[in-house]
Design a protein around this ligand. Structure first.
Ligand code: NDP
Ligand code: OAA
Length: 260
């Protein structure tokens, strides 16, 4: 399978270099599309249209805005798309556009979290009564352009954990586009945006990024606690994410004997 990558930041550069090294059997890297024309780590850089033309699967690792702008073009060209910036799909219009686009198919990366398969199964049995995801990260990466200066300063100077926002998943994932895609992943897994409450906590003592997911419904009660090391390059992203992407690519390229 020929795979192209959009974005060569903390996630895309690892995905591309691992694919180039032959880490996933049956997969060949076509190249990366990114804004800097210099080759990142010796990986070939291709203009977006050429990348799409040469790839069977295109992996978005470039952020929510890039997904909104480029995702429909990948699918309309008949290529499959693996989405990392899942939070962009909180925009119902974009979600509908991507699902209606084609002939390419949309796949979602599990990214920084797990348990989505079990949550989807639990929701299939009957509507969940409550679902919550609490994300805790270091404060620096959580400062957002929409924050009043006073709030941004409070975050920068925090010497104890502060809950920055607690709201429906759709609101939280849009408010933290580089930090709370996972809230959207949980909402998409359970198929109920309004049931999922999300919170973002800034903790100056958080050496690792944590995501605690709890859910309750007719199938049972669930609690997943994930403590990821942050990426040294882009600390808002967990270091595991490119490996989740590689695992998904492996499952698409070699679809036998993989969990679904
Ligand atoms: N689902 C999940 O669990 C997770 C999802 N994410 C998502 O993944 C995204 C990427 O994360 P990460 O790699 O750490 O971020 P980085 O900021 O390290 O890298 C993003 C890269 O994408 C590039 N880029 C932006 N727009 C385009 C475009 N239109 N075409 C090509 N390249 C583009 C940027 O280039 P430049 O800097 O020049 O603009 C940058 O190099 C995050 O923004 C977030 O939305 C992240 C973590 C977990
Ligand atoms: O990488 C993480 O831990 C989560 C993240 O940034 C996101 O969901 O956007």
């Amino acid at each position: 399978m020929k795979v192209g990558v959009i974005g060569a930041g903390s996630i895309g550069s690892v995905v591309a270099t691992r694919l180039r090294a032959g880490a996933v059997p049956g997969v060949r890297l076509t190249g990366v599309a990114h804004s800097d024309p210099a080759d990142p780590d010796g990986v070939p850089v291709l203009p977006f249209d050429e990348l799409v033309a040469e790839s069977e699967l295109v992996v978005e690792c470039a952020g929510q805005q890039a997904l909104a702008a480029l995702g429909p073009r990948v699918l309309d060209a008949g290529r499959d798309l693996l989405v990392v910036s899942v939070g962009a799909l909180a925009d119902q219009h974009l979600l509908d556009t991507l699902l209606a686009a084609g002939p390419g198919a949309v796949h979602l990366s599990t990214g920084a979290i797990g348990g989505l398969d079990l949550l989807a199964a639990a929701a299939a049995m009957g509507p969940l009564e409550s679902v919550e995801i609490v994300t805790t990260k270091k404060p620096a990466g959580l400062v957002q352009p929409w924050m009043p200066e006073e709030q941004a300063n409070r975050l920068r100077e925090a010497d104890a954990p502060v809950e920055v926002l607690r709201a429906p998943a759709r609101t939280v994932t849009a408010a933290f586009p580089a930090s709370a895609n996972v809230a959207a992943s949980v909402a998409l897994a359970v198929g109920a945006w309004d049931t999922v409450e999300a919170a973002v906590v800034a903790d100056p003592g958080a050496a690792r990024t944590s995501h605690v997911i709890t859910a309750e419904g007719p199938a049972g009660t669930y609690r997943f606690e994930i403590n990821n090391h942050p990426s040294p390059r882009t600390p808002t992203s967990s270091r595991i994410v490119p490996y989740a992407v590689l695992s998904a690519i492996g499952g698409l390229a070699n679809p036998r004997g993989v969990f679904r």
